[in-house]
Ligand binder design. Structure first.
Ligand SMILES: [Zn+2]
Length: 235
């Protein structure tokens, strides 16, 4: 994959790049990018590309055949053009805060109730976590959110680093996810919130849990024993 700058620096809001190719006058591939492509439960970034004084709104970013493709709503960019990319930071930063919050909530659900996360979808306004749990009790879930907020308030630095695949697979808790990674991936990106969670992850995260702010429960839905669902938001 081309240089995905957000993997090393979630806080990079602006970057310089060169256009590698443009398809149908709207699907732009750059040699490097800070735009996060939709995936792993995290929505895509939006923003703009500027080239030669012209602004090209970036309306969608996805990963196709291993390449990050930016859909722009204005034609005109061509291979070889130099661009400045600027991501919509308000939107991205909420996703970062929501994402790190999801890791903490997942860990609390597991530690307190043995609940396994079966899916999640982050959003700007609210985010969804699906999990399996024998007995669903809204008061309990509310209590778990309280515990998650205690972790948030501890102001823990989030560590991001890479580990050789074999070494990463030995860490309890990330095995399931890491095992699902394609065999050609030899280095795994690890996101560790010391004391509460460690997992292989390709998303953007805050540097310190205090940045999350206050997590609150929006709603709980019962979609069957192995399919409980909760929505949460952040202030
Ligand atoms: Zn994650």
């Amino acid at each position: 994959m081309q240089n995905a700058l957000y993997m090393n620096d979630s806080y990079l809001k602006e970057f310089e790049a060169t256009v590698e190719s443009v398809k149908d006058d709207k699907y732009v591939i750059l040699n490097r990018t800070s735009f996060y492509p939709a995936g792993g439960g995290q929505p895509n970034d939006t923003g703009i590309m500027i080239s030669d004084g012209d602004e090209y709104p970036v309306v969608y970013v996805g990963k196709f055949e291993g390449k990050i493709s930016h859909e722009v709503s204005k034609p005109g960019l061509k291979a070889g053009d130099k661009v400045t990319g600027k991501i919509d930071w308000d939107r991205r930063y909420r996703h970062m805060r929501m994402h790190t919050a999801a890791h903490i909530i997942d860990a609390v659900l597991y530690n307190e109730a043995g609940a396994l996360c079966t899916g999640n979808q982050l959003g700007t306004d609210k985010s969804r976590i699906d999990f399996s749990l024998d007995v669903l009790n809204k008061d309990k879930i509310q209590q778990y959110i309280g515990i998650a907020n205690e972790w948030v308030k501890k102001a823990i630095d989030v560590n991001i680093y890479s580990l050789p695949r074999e070494e990463a697979l030995k860490i309890p808790g990330i095995v399931k996810l890491a095992g699902a990674m394609p065999p050609e991936v030899t280095e795994l990106r690890i996101v560790e919130i010391p004391g509460i969670d460690i997992q292989a992850d390709g998303g953007t995260q805050v540097k310190n849990t205090s940045e999350i702010g206050e997590i609150s429960l929006v709603s709980v839905e019962n979609k069957g024993k192995n399919n409980r669902r909760m929505y949460y938001t952040i202030d």
